[in-house]
Design a protein around this ligand. Structure first.
Ligand SMILES: *Cc1c(COP(=O)(O)O)cnc(C)c1O
Length: 416
């Protein structure tokens, strides 16, 4: 069962209830009452999706989705999860999903789970998403053609990268895109206002704090750390480019389940909230600053509540969490170094992780997590490496599709 980070002894929800609710009724985030162990029969021999299914299984014990979980995992995790090997200083590539970033894992699992739950209830839901980049594309792609579900994506006019915008606007059928004449904050406010309007019903969100997005991010760490251990016979330090720390929370849950992870390091950009907390012992969320790794431009990480639930005191936090900040200059330098030394092309987010490896873990067994394909950030990467970045097939397919968005102002009534 699942409880809220704000009342761990309060009301309990099943996994399915937590997925449909998104946020706990008291405004907290859902966490498991206790973290389960990796199942005894866990195996790598049936492929990544099956290992991920096994890692998630104990979280759905007795749940109404228990019997559907294998099928959901098979459909949601239908793309490779490869390592880029470099003698134990490896990179875990989480960008082979339809929108070429790790968010595809969580968004797809959430979409297939919600579809099953709504089918059982014979209900429909409309998902509202405000996006400044990656999230909207992953959600739109994941929910496209899912039954009982429709999506309205809101993005700020002229403030989204070209290829990102394409990923928001190339869908038809049950996915509609709205180009808002305003800022990202205006988009978020429109979504909030719509949720508050009691004359509207059947609305939901697909936030990155949803349990259904977090559990897959736990599962690929169980898989990848076990595979690393099998290959090298040792445990690695996992270095994770982080913003809202949802991806890294998944890694902490995996480690608590017994996954062979030596330690977990959060690589952040110039948004220093977490390194500052480790240094000063005082937690001070703040407005975000813009960087080259824009999907990590977060000053008040939404999943910190979940990490604080695991490590409540600053001493416990320091014992378990390391974090380093990387500047835009260092991001550029690292993309260049990595390319010149080995021909390996990395995105600006992944570059934060690579910088932290080079500066702080050079002598250790390490895995840097590659959170997006570099072709999504060609405007930054191509001038640095002095040539084109090949576009992966899944991104190429999206870029070929016709796109359409409705232009609207900042009044949410235009959405309905
Ligand atoms: C969302 C995102 C991140 C940050 O992940 P969090 O779970 O918010 O910490 C890092 N890199 C890329 C490419 C992303 O899209």
């Amino acid at each position: 069962m699942y409880v809220s980070t704000r009342s761990v002894t309060g009301d309990k929800s099943t996994a399915s209830e937590a997925i449909l609710k998104g946020l706990a009724p008291d405004g907290g985030l859902f966490i498991p009452e206790s973290i389960p162990r990796i199942p005894e029969d866990f195996t790598l021999s049936k492929g990544a999706w099956y290992a991920m299914y096994q890692a998630m299984k104990p979280y759905f014990e007795g749940d109404e989705l228990e019997g559907d979980l294998e099928e959901i995992a098979k459909n949601a995790f239908s793309f490779p999860v490869p390592f880029h090997h470099n003698e134990g200083k490896d990179t875990l590539e989480l960008f082979y999903g339809p929108t070429a970033a790790f968010k595809d894992f969580g968004a797809r699992f959430l979409a297939f789970s919600m579809e099953k739950l709504l089918e059982k209830r014979n209900r429909d839901l409309c998902i509202l998403v405000a996006t400044s980049g990656d999230t909207g594309g992953a959600v739109a792609s994941a929910f496209h053609n899912r039954k009982h579900l429709s999506v309205k994506v809101l993005f700020p006019k002229g403030r989204v990268a070209e290829r990102q915008q394409k990923q928001l606007t190339c869908w038809d059928g049950n996915v509609e895109s709205y180009e808002v004449d305003g800022t990202f904050d205006d988009c978020q406010k429109m979504v909030k206002d719509a949720f508050m309007d009691s004359s509207l019903s059947g609305l939901s969100s697909a936030n990155s704090i949803n349990l259904g997005r977090l559990l897959p991010q736990m599962a690929y760490y169980v898989y990848a750390s076990s595979l690393y251990k099998e290959i090298y016979g040792r445990e690695a330090v996992f270095i994770i480019p982080s913003g809202n720390v949802g991806n890294s929370t998944g890694a902490f849950w995996a480690k608590a389940m017994g996954a062979p992870i030596k330690s977990i390091v959060l690589a952040v950009n110039a948004n220093r909230t977490i390194p500052d907390y480790l240094e000063t012992g005082e937690y001070r969320p703040r407005p975000s600053v813009e960087t080259l790794a824009n999907a990590m431009d977060v000053g008040a990480p939404s999943n910190m509540e979940r990490l604080f639930a695991m490590f409540p005191s600053v001493e416990q936090f320091r014992e378990n969490v390391a974090s380093y900040s990387v500047s835009d200059d260092e991001i550029r330098r690292t993309i260049g170094e990595e390319y010149r030394e080995s021909g390996h092309i990395i995105c600006p987010h992944t570059a934060c992780g690579e910088r932290v490896r080079r500066d702080h873990y050079a002598d250790e067994d390490t895995v840097v997590v590659a959170t997006a394909h570099p072709a999504k950030f060609e405007r930054i990467v191509e001038p640095i490496i002095g040539g084109p970045v090949a576009i992966p097939k899944q991104l190429f397919d999206i870029l070929q599709k016709p796109s359409a968005a409705k232009s609207i102002g900042t009044d949410y009534h235009a959405l309905f």
